[in-house]
Design a protein around this ligand. Structure first.
Ligand code: PMV
Length: 321
């Protein structure tokens, strides 16, 4: 029996579109920051008396596409280890249910780590990243702490994440503005599928997203918050532009999302470095130095309640408990 802990991550350069839906291979590289506050603890045991995998998330049986993805990861572990038994999986999300933050990244990273160890495998971080990717693309990045790059690759073995800077020794954090914490109408899988198929902006997105990779890595290594934030904000807006171009068109933005994006631009005009990024949902994550947190949160308090603002710092990679 093994327990592993994995933390969530937020993409500064987004993964948005699968070129292979079975293997979950992306169209472009993505770069993320692993966060400290939010994580998943998962315990896996392979038990001969079980007639099927038994997967509980926060004490509830997993169903639907989550179950299918978890079984896909467990089947790969069985294939690699030769183990025949079904798995008992207990997963606890320490991502507040109201946080509206994706727990799939931390969940599948923790499942890959705990499951492979419980099956007696001793996988490298790269192998863990490949395994976690089969659950959800963003999970490939949650194996590592700090700044992480997921390489597109051309097949399963070449599509994995790697650390850019694991110990983040400079002042960068994210303020999450929780605009709406209800389940979103268009899942990231559905959204990606729609834009790949129907948005004329998709090819332009892929081209510009790939062109962002080297400048973003340089900004990280130079600890240059202004360049990092500018590239991240533009990247996120271009990702969302693909949804406006889809047929039928859709958006993850809500009125409050737009109000916060605007407020961040205005705060920046005052000379305060802060930048927005938005994932497949209405919540805005604001990239800034922690020394500006109070000032930024005070300004945003005219739009959103103070208790809907959460501060996150860089977090660590996989741990075994
Ligand atoms: O890994 P998924 O299927 O949850 O997709 C994640 C998609 C985005 O959050 C929008 C971008 C990203 O790179 O995390």
């Amino acid at each position: 029996m093994t327990t592993a802990r994995a933390h969530t991550n937020i993409a500064l350069l987004k993964y948005w579109g699968k070129k292979n839906t079975e293997l979950i291979l992306p169209y472009n590289d993505s770069i993320s920051l692993t966060l400290d506050h939010f994580y998943t603890d998962t315990t896996v045991d392979f038990v001969s008396s079980l007639t099927d995998d038994e997967i509980l998330v926060d004490d509830q049986p997993l169903t639907g596409s989550g179950l299918k993805r978890a079984k896909r990861v467990l089947n790969l572990i069985r294939e690699q280890s030769g183990i025949q038994e079904n798995a008992s999986v207990h997963s606890t999300n320490h991502v507040p249910t109201t946080a509206g933050l994706a727990s799939s990244a931390s969940a599948f990273a923790a499942l890959a780590a705990a499951g492979s160890k419980a099956a007696g495998l001793d996988l490298s971080d790269k192998e863990l990243s490949i395994l976690a990717r089969h659950g959800s693309g963003s999970a490939s990045r949650s194996i590592f702490g700090g700044f992480v790059q997921w390489h597109t690759g051309h097949d399963s073995q070449s599509s994995y994440a790697q650390s850019i800077q694991s110990a983040v020794d400079w002042d960068i954090n994210l303020i999450t503005a929780l605009v709406d914490t209800k389940k979103k109408k268009v899942s990231s899988t559905m959204g990606m599928q729609a834009v790949v198929k129907t948005s004329p902006f998709f090819p332009a997105w892929v081209k510009s997203a790939q062109a962002d990779v080297e400048p973003m890595k340089t900004a990280i290594l130079n600890k240059n918050l202004a360049n990092l934030g500018t590239i991240a904000e533009n990247n996120a807006m271009r990702m969302h532009a693909t949804t406006f171009g889809a047929v039928p068109n859709f958006t993850y933005f809500q009125p409050q999302t737009l109000a916060i994006l605007d407020a961040v631009r205005n705060i920046r005009k005052l000379g305060v470095e802060c930048y927005s990024t938005v994932d497949a949902g209405p919540n805005v994550k604001i990239i800034c130095a922690s020394s500006n947190n109070e000032l930024i949160m005070d300004k945003l308090a005219t739009i959103i309640n103070r208790n809907q603002l959460l501060v996150c710092k860089p977090g660590p990679g996989i741990k075994y408990l």
